[in-house]
Design a protein around this ligand. Structure first.
Ligand SMILES: [Zn+2]
Length: 61
C-alpha cells in the first residue's frame, strides 16, 4: 500500500511564489509565516526582487 503522506499544511511564499510546507520551527507562529526561507523574508531572493513593486522603475507594466 502507499505510504501515508504527512498531512502538513502548506502556504505560498509571498516572495518567490512557491509552495512550502509547515515546519516544526514555525510551530509557534505558522499563522504569521509568509515566506519559505530567510532569504525570501529579507528580500534577497532574486524572484522576490522581480515581484516586488515600487523598487526600480523599469518603465514597463
Ligand atoms: Zn520563498
Amino acid at each position: 500500500m502507499a505510504h501515508r503522506k504527512p498531512n502538513l499544511p502548506e502556504k505560498i511564499c509571498a516572495a518567490c511564489g512557491r509552495a512550502f510546507a509547515w515546519r516544526k520551527k514555525w510551530a509557534r507562529d505558522w499563522e504569521q509565516v509568509r515566506y519559505c526561507s530567510d532569504a525570501c523574508r529579507d528580500g534577497r531572493h532574486p524572484a522576490a526582487r522581480a515581484r516586488r513593486r515600487g523598487g526600480q522603475a523599469t518603465g514597463q507594466e
